[in-house]
Write a protein that binds this ligand. Structure first.
Ligand code: SF4
Ligand code: SF4
Length: 128
């Protein structure tokens, strides 16, 4: 079963990904490569590319809505690990839905976890 995130990537190109600088410091147990981040304020860094007008995390690989994945998945920031795809765990995720809608993708439904091809899901309503 293909995970829906692997044909999406939208949330990695929508939000500013900010987190405490210590997550980039290996001496403090940090795992995120510091050279993929930039300073936001005295306490926080951001993933490069996510402060742009058209954000896209520097670690995102592939094409949004087709085939995409996180290039640092095992060591990604805590904020990224906290984002749940809608309905993977039986509940809606506002972050997931916002990211997908911003990229013209319909929000996930519970049916997507039964049929990850999405063939069972209704299309995104068209605006007038
Ligand atoms: S927007 Fe949702 S489905 Fe898409 S990559 Fe993020 S969590 Fe996964
Ligand atoms: S670090 Fe990975 S999961 Fe987090 S925004 Fe970047 S590509 Fe997405």
């Amino acid at each position: 079963m293909a995970h829906p995130c692997l044909s999406c990537g939208a949330c990695c190109a929508f939000f500013r990904i900010a987190f405490h600088w210590s997550e980039t410091d290996p001496f403090l147990g940090g795992t995120v490569p510091a050279d993929l981040t930039e300073q936001l304020d005295p306490h926080r860094v951001v993933m490069r590319g996510t402060q742009s007008k058209q954000p896209r995390c520097v670690a995102l690989k592939g094409t949004i809505g087709e085939a995409a994945y996180c290039g640092i998945h095992p060591i990604k920031p805590s904020v990224c690990r906290e984002v749940e795809p809608s309905w993977e765990f039986g509940r809606h995720s506002l972050q997931c839905d916002k990211g997908r809608i911003a990229h013209g993708l319909r929000p996930l439904t519970p049916e997507d976890w039964l049929d990850p091809s999405g063939d069972n899901a209704p299309p995104l309503p068209q605006s007038a």
